[in-house]
Structures are given as C-alpha cells and as structure tokens.
Design a protein around this ligand. Structure first.
Ligand SMILES: C[S@@+](CC[C@H](N)C(=O)[O-])C[C@H]1O[C@@H](n2cnc3c(N)ncnc32)[C@H](O)[C@@H]1O
Length: 254
C-alpha cells in the first residue's frame, strides 16, 4: 500500500474541489437549456461557465494537487542527497514530505508558527502540530523529521546550522518587512554554498483564471519580483521555473 495515500494536508475543500460545485449545476442547467431550447446567449454563458469550472477542477486535481505530496520542482536541490534541511512555514507537512520523499538520506526540521495563519489555512485546533505529525507518520518519515515551533522572521537557530532550507507557499504570506526579515534569517542559518528552495503562489494567469482575487497572497508578485528581493538579500539565483499557480526559485547562499 502506498503510505502517502492516507495523507491529509487539510487544505479547504473549496481550493481542491470547489469548482465542481459550480461545474455540476452549470452542466445540468446547460442540459436543461438545450432540451428546452433556450435562446442562444443563456446557453453560451452556461456552457462557458461549465467549461471554466470543469477545467479548473481538473487543474486542481491533476495539476496543483494541493492535498497530495508534490515532487521536487528541481533535482538540483540538495543534490548531495544528505544533510539537515529546515522547512519554514511547514504547515501540515506537504513541503517537508516532498523533501523527505525525494531525499531519503536527509533529515528535516519542520517549523511553523502554528498560529493565526495556520488556523486560517487548516482550521483551528489546539494541537496543530499533531496534524503535521500525523502526516509525517502516514508518509513513514517520522524518524527523519522533527517538528519545532518557530517564526521564520526570527529563527531560533545558530548561524550556518543547516545544509539546505525549503519553503513552500509560506514566505508569500508575510508583508514586505517580514519577507526581508525571513530572507535574511534564511541566509544566516544556511551554511555557505548551500541551497534555498523557495516555492511561492505564482499569482499567474492560471491562478487568476481559476480564483480571480481570492488567491492574492503575493499581490501581483511574480518571478521577477522574487528574483529581485532574493538578490537584495544576497542570494544567487541558480534556477527558477513556473508551474500553473506556482513560481519557484532555487537559490544559493554564496
Ligand atoms: C499555505 S501554508 C503552506 C504549508 C506548507 N509549506 C505547504 O506547502 O503546504 C503557509 C504556512 O506558513 C505558516 N506561516 C505564516 N507565517 C509564518 C511565520 N512568520 N513563521 C512561520 N510560519 C509561518 C502558516 O502557519 C502556514 O502553516
């Protein structure tokens, strides 16, 4: 049995399947409109609505797959395969498990504030760490992961204490000062010549097409904005790329 099958990252239903709640009634109404020979425009509008909602639903299920462990966007990250990795804004473990699955000889310290922002995404619970712990257990990686509570803007770790850092869809939840502080903290805790994989909500054409203003974490920040901020923080850009709704940068702490 695939251990990752029982993972539950706790993202809200509307993000992964909400468009189905529009697609089904729109398809049904399209059928009614066709049978009853409604006039052209209502039929066209219902058809377009059904097409849009179905396309986005399929994209969320087979493209973004928010409730499944993703693959690393680049194999260049931690290419030595070993070392101690820090995940900042680990949430319910999606990015931590991504790294642990792809790098079976690495360990991860999964950190999060486990505060308001966590509750906002995953619902309020008195024991948010347990949601993360449960997923680490389901993925069979608890022996290589440690959960700690930490604010990424002021990390409780010594300088140069990690071989790599990862962050997915988390730094883009901070304001401008918070981003500057977090990038500076990542540089401080990273060993020289090591990797920082920064994954962000892309807010690209796909995200706008799918969610309009509902998904605006980073405003209109795209790849160039993040490349600029990380350059200001003295990171070297090694690789970057996009997938629907996502922009990622592989950075090097020189
Ligand atoms: C959208 S979730 C991403 C979770 C996970 N990385 C993933 O890929 O699914 C954003 C996470 O960032 C965390 N977060 C926001 N601000 C933070 C901060 N200042 N320090 C640490 N974590 C923070 C939230 O608590 C939340 O769990």
């Amino acid at each position: 049995m695939n251990p990752n099958a029982s993972l539950d990252f706790g993202y809200p239903w509307w993000l992964s399947a909400g468009h189905l709640a529009i697609a089904i009634p729109a398809l049904a109404m399209s059928g009614v409109a066709h049978i009853r020979a409604w006039s052209k425009w209502p039929r066209i509008l219902l058809g377009l609505l059904a097409l849009w909602a179905t396309t986005v639903f399929l994209l969320m299920q087979f493209g973004l797959r928010v409730n499944q462990a993703p693959a690393l966007p680049t194999q260049s990250f931690l290419s030595t395969g070993t070392g101690r990795v820090l995940d900042i804004g680990a949430g319910t473990g999606r990015s931590t498990i991504m790294v642990l699955n792809a790098r079976p000889n690495a360990t991860v310290v999964a950190t999060d504030e486990f505060g308001e922002s966590f509750n906002h995404h995953f619902g309020h619970t008195d024991t948010p760490q347990q949601l993360l712990q449960k997923n680490l257990e389901s993925a069979g990686v608890t022996n290589r992961a440690k959960i700690e509570t930490a604010d990424m803007r002021k990390l409780p770790y010594e300088a140069a204490s990690f071989d790599a850092v990862v962050s997915a869809y988390a730094v883009d939840h901070l304001n401008r000062d918070g981003i500057t502080a977090a990038l500076s903290e990542v540089r401080r805790v990273l060993k020289p010549n090591s990797d920082f994989l920064l994954i962000l909500v892309g807010n690209d054409r796909w995200a706008k097409f799918a969610f309009g203003p509902l998904l605006t974490h980073g405003g209109t920040r795209g790849r160039d904005w993040w490349a600029g901020r990380t350059k200001d923080a003295c990171f070297e850009l090694r690789e970057d790329g996009t997938t629907p709704g996502t922009v990622w940068l592989l950075l090097r702490n020189p």
